[in-house]
Design a protein around this ligand. Structure first.
Ligand SMILES: C[S@@+](CC[C@H](N)C(=O)[O-])C[C@H]1O[C@@H](n2cnc3c(N)ncnc32)[C@H](O)[C@@H]1O
Length: 268
């Protein structure tokens, strides 16, 4: 499948591998996502599909923890890179594929991670179709973890990350706030690529349309990604305290919206 050209160009530059380990905010996203998944996924051994799993950081972590994991991504370069990693040997399979049309049987997984496709499918119809596919391949009682980027991510990143003085970025932020359709005409990778930025209620609505009742919405990073001293706050005892506090406020609506990423958890 082909993603929109600027999305392909963004990922073709090879930035995805290492994104979750090379910066404090990436590490926070990774550690918090893993902590949430550990709590909600059925215990291993269980069969998990990671759709839009990139080069496989979550898939390989889960496989190492005893899950039977299939990795699917739209970018051939991500799948080819994942194949070169020694941890790929523990995966049940890796393939190029589209979240909207999964090549797996009905009711064949205990868990589905969708932590990427909903960022880049800009039409609601396509996002709901991807979520319906997750519903189809899940067994009754199976768990979905669907992640979106928050509508507020760019205004917060603009002010806390120092991007807001660029007039082009100001225009991008205005569009994000107005309609959630994020476009980056500059090619500057710090401004990301074509994407949908969700309000929490939109994620809940799309999950419900796809057949997932009563989703729980969780702020992955909560307020943590905005800390000016995150690099030190994430280490050692301080890191444990931060993880504990973020877990305590993870479903607080004001922190869910302020989180860079929002995870919707639901069962079939
Ligand atoms: C920001 S990366 C996230 C990768 C990984 N899930 C993570 O959380 O680190 C987004 C991923 O979604 C993939 N993607 C986007 N649209 C997709 C689609 N329709 N089907 C499958 N994968 C898709 C991209 O190729 C990319 O690897």
């Amino acid at each position: 499948m082909r993603l929109e050209p600027d999305i392909e160009a963004h990922y073709a530059a090879g930035r995805e591998h290492g994104r979750l380990t090379s910066s404090p905010s990436g590490r926070l996203e990774f550690e918090r996502s893993k902590a949430i998944l550990r709590r909600y996924l059925p215990s291993p051994p269980a069969r998990v599909l990671d759709v839009g799993g990139g080069t496989g950081p979550y898939a390989m972590w889960l496989a190492d923890s005893g899950y039977e994991v299939e990795l699917v991504d739209a970018m051939e370069s991500h799948i080819e890179f994942a194949r070169t990693l020694p941890e790929a040997a523990k995966l049940s399979g890796l393939r190029v594929g589209d979240a909207r049309s999964l090549s797996f049987d009905d009711a064949s997984f205990d868990g589905v991670l969708m932590m990427g496709p909903l960022y880049h499918l800009v039409s609601e119809t396509d996002r709901v179709q991807a979520l319906r596919e997750a519903h189809r391949v899940l067994r009754p009682g199976g768990m979905l973890a669907a992640v979106v980027i928050s509508r507020l991510a760019s205004i917060l990143d603009g002010y806390f990350g120092g991007l807001i003085d660029d007039p082009v970025f100001q225009t991008i932020v205005r569009d994000d706030l107005d309609n959630g359709l994020h476009r980056n005409p500059t090619g500057n990778p710090a401004y990301f690529a074509t994407a949908k930025f969700h309000a929490p209620a939109e994620l809940e609505d799309e999950m419900r349309q796809a057949g997932f009742g009563s989703p729980t919405l969780i702020g992955i990073e909560g307020f943590g990604w905005l800390l000016p001293d995150l690099a030190t706050r994430i280490e050692g005892d301080q890191g444990e305290m931060l993880m504990d506090f973020l877990a305590r406020v993870e479903t607080e609506p004001s922190f869910v919206g302020a989180s860079a990423h929002i995870m919707g958890i639901a069962r079939t």
